[in-house]
Design a protein around this ligand. Structure first.
Ligand SMILES: [Fe+2]
Length: 329
């Protein structure tokens, strides 16, 4: 596999813009945890949205931590600031950042870039983000309806390339951080990863739907970590410190410099007006039946099934067959 393209920024924003963004981060707190996502009905009901990544994480960490701690390690804090439109006006400058738009063109080779999503991740010491690829989108299939692990398997299978919405992702940092390196595999799953140290006002743009990536542990793994389950909030306190709380209970407090903040940006990238038109007018959208039928057809060709299995068996087969993690993850 060739090295996947990426663009790094040594100084992404002006000093004023960094201040503007950090002001937003401070004033929009408290933040919920990532584990509070959508529940799935129908196909995939009962399977966690990112079962693919969680299973790999648990398998590679088996025996190192108690279960609550393992779950707390990777249940970091997440908030969305823009989804197609800015959710508040002050974030618009970041959503439309010209340097990200240009990098997205370069990384995807597609000239029409439509900035879409801005979100924040904050990790506290002891947390990490398991190796994964992001949730991709297809015309007619995205995370508002389909299971997230199914979308990931769809992309890894290569069976749905015609319908893929190409997404460029920018990840930016605002700390000089001990640990918490961005670990990524642009050279493919069989090659060693690269590490990017987290430094204030730096960024990388790449196709995170295709390139496996994650976050190395923030500070030492033996740092005491409070239980962080869905329902926990990260608050900014009056004295400028940050606290992990559940209702009235304060579980831990941190200095800002002990936390690891990243702000991510995603844009849909289109080859030409024709592709944009097909997307916007829903001229060629997938249906769930069509997706499952294609998987069954391929599994049949691979000799894994002879007819359509029940939903649970099919889900397990798809998870086992199509998502291959890096060997060193
Ligand atoms: Fe990611």
């Amino acid at each position: 596999m060739n090295t996947a393209p990426f663009v790094e920024f040594d100084a992404l924003l002006s000093g004023d813009q960094v201040g503007q963004l950090l002001h937003i981060v401070h004033t929009r707190a408290p933040y919920p945890t990532y584990g509070e996502g959508r529940r799935q009905d129908g196909f995939g009901a009962g399977i966690p949205q990112r079962y693919d990544a969680a299973r790999n994480f648990v398998t590679t960490r088996a025996g190192q931590d108690e279960v609550w701690k393992l779950a707390s390690r990777t249940n970091y804090f997440r908030e969305t600031y823009a989804y197609e439109r800015p959710l508040f006006p002050e974030i618009a400058f970041f959503q439309q950042l010209p340097q990200f738009v240009a990098a997205a063109q370069q990384v995807t080779g597609r000239r029409i870039v439509r900035p879409a999503i801005v979100y924040l991740n904050i990790l506290v010491p002891g947390q990490e983000l398991a190796i994964h690829t992001d949730v991709p989108e297809f015309r007619g299939a995205n995370r508002t309806r389909e299971p997230e692990w199914l979308l990931v398997a769809m992309h890894h299978s290569g069976l749905f390339d015609r319908w893929r919405r190409h997404i460029a992702t920018g990840v930016s940092w605002y700390h000089d951080c001990e640990g918490g390196d961005f670990v990524y595999y642009p050279d493919g799953v069989d090659q060693a990863p690269r590490n990017l140290r987290v430094r204030r006002n730096t960024a990388i743009v790449l196709d995170t739907d295709s390139v496996f990536h994650g976050i190395a542990p923030v500070a030492l793994r033996d740092t005491s970590l409070p239980p962080i389950e869905p329902g926990v909030r990260l608050h900014r306190d009056d004295d400028g410190r940050w606290s992990v709380r559940r209702d009235g209970e304060v579980r831990a407090t941190y200095n800002w410099n002990d936390l690891r903040l990243s702000i991510s940006w995603k844009a849909w990238c289109f080859k030409d007006e024709e592709e944009l038109h097909v997307n916007d007018e829903h001229k060629d959208d997938l249906t769930l039946d069509q997706i499952l039928e294609a998987f069954v057809g391929d599994l049949r060709r691979r000799g894994k099934v002879s007819s359509r299995p029940d939903d649970d068996t099919l889900a397990r087969l798809i998870l086992d067959e199509y998502i291959r993690f890096p060997v060193s993850a």
